[in-house]
Design a protein around this ligand. Structure first.
Ligand code: CUA
Length: 346
């Protein structure tokens, strides 16, 4: 089949649109873990519905505008028999001007009202008695999670109970910053909320099934912004109770850890970290009291194992250039003893 020039042009345009659509679907598949289109919690769910409305309206506008441009481009393109004269010009038309003023205003009003309604619904959601409170503090470049009523302080991995209609257990998060602006975002659980110094923002999540939900800092906050990752573990209420009691327990230690604890207490570790059973009560870095109960080190920079922990302490900036934790320059034997001690902190 021989295509005329303009038909070939239309075929290319369609191929381009299909290609972009295909790539968008593939990208969404890869990032399903952080997709706002697969919500698992009440606020993320209403955000998804709102996004579909906004996408629908803007998609329709896109189709109409692109369609008109394509039509005009093809229909009124230059032809060999053109006489070179300008087409008739139209100046001033009240009905046309009124239409292109009123229609966009109506569209903007619809978008603004529906967004306002969803924002109000989420921000003014009543907090049930059974809600769990967590204070989230953004630091360069890690997250501190403290559960004031439970007396638990942990880092980077937030543990919450699963909520059900019979037993509602949402988690209300107070967002604070220890330094610069960060942003708390776990796309499948809730909307992005900024973490601003000297300001208390609030966000709540209510996961409906157990599992791991990943997120990350969503506001550029310095060199290691990209490695300020977040993990939210939703547990059945029983599993959550078990986790909480493990975090509260002060652990019994065997004599073999004493040497490692000595190393810890005579280095600068104690200035920045808190650790049960030692003199360390620093708040600049994450609490180490239950270090090995976490799956990652360095706010998701690497997985947590004794070997990785050793490499991390030896030179953290190897994994996270610019990290606030200095290389401690410990001797090999000190490092071994220290890691042997830290590895017992379940
Ligand atoms: Cu914290 Cu980006």
């Amino acid at each position: 089949m021989k295509l005329t020039a303009h038909k070939r042009w239309i075929v290319w345009a369609f191929a381009f649109l299909l290609g972009s659509l295909g790539m968008a679907v593939a990208a969404n598949d890869l990032s399903l873990q952080t997709s706002i289109f697969s919500p698992e919690s009440a606020p993320a769910d209403s955000i998804k519905h709102l996004s579909f409305l906004v996408l629908g309206i803007s998609g329709a506008i896109f189709a109409v505008v692109t369609g008109m441009i394509l039509y005009a481009t093809v229909r009124f393109r230059q032809r060999p028999d053109d006489d070179g004269k300008e087409p008739p010009q139209v100046y001033g038309s009240n009905p046309v001007e009124a239409a292109w003023t009123i229609v966009p205003i109506l569209i903007v009003v619809v978008l603004a009202l529906s967004a306002t309604r969803v924002i109000q619904e989420i921000q003014n959601a009543p907090k049930p008695e059974s809600a769990l409170d967590v204070v989230v503090t953004g630091h360069q470049w890690w997250w501190e999670f403290s559960y004031p009523k439970l007396g638990i302080v942990t880092a980077n991995e937030l543990h919450v109970p699963v909520s059900s209609p019979q037993k509602r257990l949402p988690t209300f998060l107070q967002l604070r910053s220890a330094d610069v602006a960060h942003s708390f975002w776990v796309p499948r659980l809730s909307g992005k909320t900024d973490v601003i110094p000297n300001r208390h923002n609030q966000v709540w999540i209510e996961p409906q099934r157990a599992g791991l939900f990943v997120g990350q800092c969503a506001e550029y906050c310095g060199t290691q912004h990209a490695k300020m990752l977040l993990r939210v573990y939703a547990h059945t209420p029983e599993d959550f109770e078990r986790w909480a009691s493990e975090q509260k327990a002060v652990q019994a230690e065997g004599p073999q850890v004493a040497a490692g604890r000595m190393v810890f207490q005579r280095t600068a570790c104690i200035n920045c970290h808190t650790l049960d059973n030692t003199i360390a009560d620093g708040r600049f870095g994450p609490s180490l009291s239950h270090l090995m109960s976490r799956e990652t080190l360095g706010a998701g920079a690497l997985s947590n194992s004794p070997a990785n922990l050793r490499a991390w302490i030896n030179n953290p900036s190897q994994f996270k250039p610019g990290v606030r934790m200095p290389a401690m320059n410990l001797s090999d034997s000190d490092l071994d003893q220290l890691v042997a001690y830290l590895a017992t902190l379940k």
